[in-house]
Design a protein around this ligand. Sequence first.
Ligand SMILES: [Zn+2]
Ligand SMILES: [Zn+2]
Ligand SMILES: [Zn+2]
Length: 143
Amino acid sequence: MYRLQVRPYIPSPLYCVRCQLFGHIALKCTREPKCVCGKTPQGGKPCETPYKCVNCEDTHSARDPKCSKYLQEVAIQKVKITEKLSYAEAKRKVIINTPIPGLSYAQSMQSPTKWAMKPRIIKELIPQLTQVVNQIMKEFVNK
Ligand SMILES: [Zn+2]
Ligand SMILES: [Zn+2]
Ligand SMILES: [Zn+2]
């Protein structure tokens, strides 16, 4: 008998157009609205300020697929679906499995979420994130 390797369907991370953060949609947003320039929106007028990502402080829109925060969310999403975890559990797992440059393991373990969510740190995590995702997907396939 054959067993088909079914690749789980991984939807894109939830993205909120109101506050530019990930993990929820605008309908459920309870945060301060934010413009793509990182500031408070100016009453529906088109924004003329250059983009500033609220998630990593880089000069792109928060929806840019090259954004390290976006990549981190994709990783969380993959873990969430493949391991059937809640969003919060998956997020913790991704953060714990991503070594943070310049921090010892012990340091980063003291408060993994605090460190890994700092915009400047997120930016340096891109190569590690890709590795974490590959590792998690491999473990999943081998199960
Ligand atoms: Zn929101
Ligand atoms: Zn703006
Ligand atoms: Zn960004």
